[in-house]
Structures are given as structure tokens and as C-alpha cells.
Design a protein around this ligand. Structure first.
Ligand code: KIV
Length: 279
């Protein structure tokens, strides 16, 4: 079983095939996703909302991301593990950004994801490439800029906005990113951008023509109930499954139906006798 790497992703693009990506935040989920054949497992900063209950992704720290990255990396053999660099962990200056990115790699990430564009981001990605750290760029709707964008708005909605996104994407490619997430971009714009890049695009609500697709696993499993984006497809009802198991367990405990004879440890008969005769 070959580990997914940047070469594999490049080949998928060349062969016009598709790859899959899902988020994971813990060891056991990551292990199952890996066994299921998911190509990229993203320790997304979405964990701030779905796993830690924060209001948006900006509250999560580098230290927290490292803990979850370590857990996910331990569960994965084949997939590429990508750590989403959290808000303000890569914005202050290149050297502290590189130090934090290095921490993500030491925690077990095979690559990092960085939101945004502009000269600073291009030079940061260039430095990462020089150091052999693969980077996935992320443009379109960038959740870490929610306060500046003002809401969950579709990006690249016009001819000019699409060309602007393509220009950013080309600069990110030139800087050394090996793939780019396009989030909440119209399908036609994402198709045009994908066709004009040599590196892979990953759709997160950017339609059918990107090289890969990424979703938040809690949306896919039907576990996160606070909000479901239009572009997410739910394949199960894990919230109901957890609820049903928990309510049944609660009933069994309270009625004395749990544990059963099979679910307890027993003393040898002689030991029981001694206990009963003990004054
Ligand atoms: O944090 C996240 O989950 C993401 C998405 C691209 C899925 O960045």
C-alpha cells in the first residue's frame, strides 16, 4: 500500500482522475477514513467549531491543532495527513510562520494548508517549498477572513472575479503550492481555474470539475447539526445513531439491564465463600 504523496496527486491531475479528501480530528475516525480509501485526511481548523464548539475557526490555537494532528497522524497509514494552519499562526512574520509549520510537520502532518493569497503568502509558500514542506493553498471563501468578508458568501461570482481568482491561483502554483482548495466558488469559475492550472484543485463547494473534493466529515456523517452547507452531502445520520445508543444505554443503566452477566468479572467460588464468611 503506497502512501499518498504530492507525486500521486500530480499524477491524478495528469490522468484526469479524481481524489477524495475528508476532515478528521481524532485517531479512531482517521483510521476508518484511511481504511476506506480517502486520499487526503485534513485536520481542518473546522474542528474549532465541530469538535470544540467555538463560534468560528479563528479561536483555535497552534497548540490545539498540534494535539489533533498527532492523534490523526497516528491512525493513518496510506492517506496524506494535512494540518490546516490556524488563524494567526502564519501571519505575523515568515520565521514564526515557518516555526509553526515545522511544528505541524513534527506533529505528523505530511503537508500543511494555508488560506489566502498576496505577496506575503506567496513568499511563505516559496520558503516552505525550499524546505521541502508541501503546501495546499486555499482561496475563494476563506473562513479565517470571515470578519472581513462579512459572512458565508460565494466568491468569484463574475467574469472579473474569476480571472482574479485564477491570477491568485497561478501565483500560488508558481510559489510552489501542490494543490489549491477552491471554497464556495461557482462551478464554471472553478472549472476554468482548474483547466488553466498545472496543479490540482480541490473543490469545497466549487462544483464537479475540480480534481479533488473535500468535505467536513461531520457533515458527511450527519453528526454536526448546527449548520449544513448547501454543498455538503450527508451520507448517514450519526447524530441519530449516537442519540439512540445513548438513550438506550441510559435506559439500560437506570432499569438495571446493564451490565448483564456476560459483562462482569467474577471471583472464583472459593474466594466468594471466603468473602461471605468474613466477619
Ligand atoms: O477546516 C476545514 O475543514 C477546511 C475545509 C476546506 C474543509 O478548511
Amino acid at each position: 500500500m503506497k502512501k499518498v504523496n504530492t507525486k500521486y496527486i500530480r499524477e491524478i491531475k495528469l490522468e484526469k482522475k479524481k481524489f477524495s479528501a475528508l476532515t478528521a480530528y481524532d485517531y479512531s475516525t482517521a483510521k476508518v477514513l484511511d481504511e476506506a480509501g480517502i486520499d487526503i485526511i485534513l485536520v481542518g481548523d473546522s474542528l474549532a467549531m465541530v469538535a470544540l464548539g467555538y463560534e468560528n475557526t479563528n479561536s483555535i490555537s497552534m497548540d490545539e491543532m498540534k494535539i489533533f494532528t498527532k492523534a490523526v497522524a497516528k491512525g493513518v497509514s496510506r492517506a496524506m495527513v494535512v494540518c490546516d494552519m490556524p488563524f494567526m499562526s502564519y501571519h505575523c512574520d515568515i520565521s514564526s510562520a515557518i516555526a509553526n509549520i515545522g511544528e505541524a510537520v513534527k506533529a505528523g502532518a505530511n503537508a500543511v494548508k494555508i488560506e489566502g493569497s498576496g505577496e506575503y503568502i506567496y513568499s511563505l509558500i516559496k520558503r516552505c517549498s525550499e524546505f521541502g514542506i508541501p503546501v495546499i493553498a486555499h482561496i475563494g471563501f476563506t473562513p479565517q477572513a470571515i470578519n472581513a468578508i462579512g459572512g458565508h458568501y460565494i466568491q468569484g461570482k463574475t467574469y472579473n472575479a474569476t480571472l482574479e481568482l485564477l491570477e491568485q491561483a497561478k501565483k500560488l502554483e508558481e510559489a510552489g503550492a501542490f494543490a489549491i482548495v477552491l471554497e464556495m466558488v461557482p462551478e464554471e469559475s472553478a472549472k476554468y481555474i482548474s483547466e488553466n492550472l498545472n496543479i490540482a484543485t480541490i473543490s469545497c463547494g466549487a462544483g464537479r470539475f475540480c480534481d479533488g473534493q473535500v468535505l467536513v466529515s461531520d457533515d458527511v456523517f450527519g453528526k454536526y447539526s448546527n449548520f449544513k452547507p448547501k454543498f455538503a452531502r450527508c451520507y448517514g445520520d450519526m447524530r441519530k445513531l449516537i442519540y439512540d445508543c445513548a438513550t438506550q444505554y441510559d435506559k439500560d443503566v437506570k432499569s438495571g439491564n446493564f451490565p448483564s452477566d456476560d459483562e462482569v468479572f467474577r471471583l472464583e467460588e472459593g474466594e466468594v465463600r471466603q468473602l461471605l464468611n468474613h466477619k
